[in-house]
Ligand binder design. Structure first.
Ligand code: HEM
Length: 165
């Protein structure tokens, strides 16, 4: 159950992120409201991984398997990437903040920070998925392949009977 939940939350985050990477295609209105509402999904993702994060934090300075350590550092980089993206996004907001009655003075360097953090975060996401590829593949098989295998197993007595004919 937790694997399925994690899998679909990750798929949702990835899809929203990819749409957000093209504000020209979606329009700024959808870009801002979609990413703002995605904060809730990101929080659920962080909460579901909190135990893993705290366990690795406690073990970080003792000998750790190399890829766990890299995973851990990448997760922190990913968190910082999303935080920078959201803060800079709100700093240049044209739709969400004005709707909430907040008008900021000027964009300053925030647009460049937003663009740069979007591209860096995309890179970190690719590495993050690459390092967890085994988990992604296992979850994919569990969700999409296993139910059909079970169904075929349930059908198998019929198959055996047919074979016996
Ligand atoms: C997952 C989160 C987000 C991602 C991946 C993302 C990504 C991007 C990218 C790639 C651009 C184009 C930058 C450029 O070409 O210069 C952009 C522009 C922009 N973003 Fe975001 N963004 C995110 C969140 C937000 C949020 C939360 C807001 C505000 C509430 C926001 C507001 C804007 C605005 C106003 C622009 C400029 C659009 C324009 O003038 O064409 N973004 N974003």
């Amino acid at each position: 159950m937790k694997i399925k939940l994690n899998f679909w939350i990750d798929v949702a985050i990835l899809c929203i992120f990819l749409v957000a990477m093209e504000p020209g295609a979606s329009g700024v209105f959808i870009h801002e409201w979609l990413t703002t509402s995605a904060v809730a999904i990101l929080i659920v993702h962080f909460v579901l991984h909190w135990e893993w994060f705290m366990t690795l934090t406690a073990r970080f300075f003792v000998k750790l398997w190399h890829s766990s350590r890299l995973n851990y550092l990448l997760s922190i980089a990913l968190f910082l990437g999303f935080a920078t993206l959201m803060v800079s996004g709100f700093a240049i907001s044209e739709k969400v903040l004005p709707t909430l009655g907040v008008e900021l003075a000027g964009r300053g360097a925030w647009k460049r920070i937003h663009d740069l953090s979007a591209n860096l975060t995309l890179l970190i996401i690719a590495l993050h998925i690459g390092l967890r590829w085994e988990w992604v593949w296992a979850a994919f098989k569990k969700i999409f392949v296993a139910p059909f295998v079970k169904e075929r197993k349930a059908d198998s007595p019929v198959l055996i009977e047919e074979d016996g004919l």
